[in-house]
Design a protein around this ligand. Sequence first.
Ligand SMILES: NC(=O)c1ccc[n+]([C@@H]2O[C@H](COP(=O)([O-])OP(=O)(O)OC[C@H]3O[C@@H](n4cnc5c(N)ncnc54)[C@H](OP(=O)(O)O)[C@@H]3O)[C@@H](O)[C@H]2O)c1
Length: 274
Amino acid sequence: MDTSIVFVGGGNMATSLISGLRNADWAGDRITVIEPDEAKGEQLAKDYGVNTVAQADAQTLKADVIVLAVKPQMLREVAQGLVEPLGDHKPLFVSIAAGVPIAGLREWLGADHAYVRCMPNTPSLIGAGATGLYADDGVSDDQRKLADAILETAGVTAWVNDESLLDAVTATSGSGPAYFFAFMEAMQAGAIELGLDEATARELVLHTALGAARMAIESGDDPATLREKVTSPGGTTAAALEQYAEGDLNALVGRAMQAAANRADRLANELLDK
Ligand SMILES: NC(=O)c1ccc[n+]([C@@H]2O[C@H](COP(=O)([O-])OP(=O)(O)OC[C@H]3O[C@@H](n4cnc5c(N)ncnc54)[C@H](OP(=O)(O)O)[C@@H]3O)[C@@H](O)[C@H]2O)c1
């Protein structure tokens, strides 16, 4: 791949994307990481054969894509620091900073760049992520494909056609891993309550979660069909699921996701107001 990419920030998420890109045969000498922590930079150069610099300069920023991978609270200051070295170069900016709206990027970096905003999730760190993406006006089809190819190295990607839907993505896949962790915790506690030891409860619960997710992905059946297939009338699963219905699990999950989406919207406004 001849495209040149610059990562601004060489932390956890940038590292997992770089690892994915290198595994997908992107050339190390086409990837540069701007990372002020020199030890981190050296480690990245050693592990992945990429170029690293401690500070943005005009030469480094002459790339096709600039991935903004610093913490959201730092992005305003970091972005403003790119304006001068960037000059009139117009790369594609791909922001993975959670909750930072494109309005902020336009204000800090300039209104006439192409921007893609992404919402990855933590399993991206092990290549099993799910990322929602939104392309602003002015992003070409090729640039869209490029952003997709970069994020795809960390898992699956899904595009939304309205930036406000990234709040829904945040409430679904962004915060989603924690919902499943909480469910696993509850199931482990339930298994221990029923008499299993901790290690057995953990092993059975985690592999049940993995098996269920794999079946849902690989069978092509939707989760409702799979649930019905394992629920014999009057059987053990039916007895458990009746309790879910009584506690109105669907409404509870819906309320939790609405709360996450509302919070995402408020956090974005706080980041812009600062
Ligand atoms: N981790 C996830 O699962 C996840 C999920 C969704 C979205 N994201 C988003 O991904 C972004 C990065 O998250 P992360 O977990 O990778 O954070 P991180 O590990 O803290 O990485 C940020 C990196 O940026 C470096 N940095 C600080 N100031 C800089 C500057 N002026 N120029 C260039 N680099 C600078 C930091 O160096 P120092 O450590 O020396 O400060 C650090 O290495 C965040 O915006 C986050 O919202 C992450």
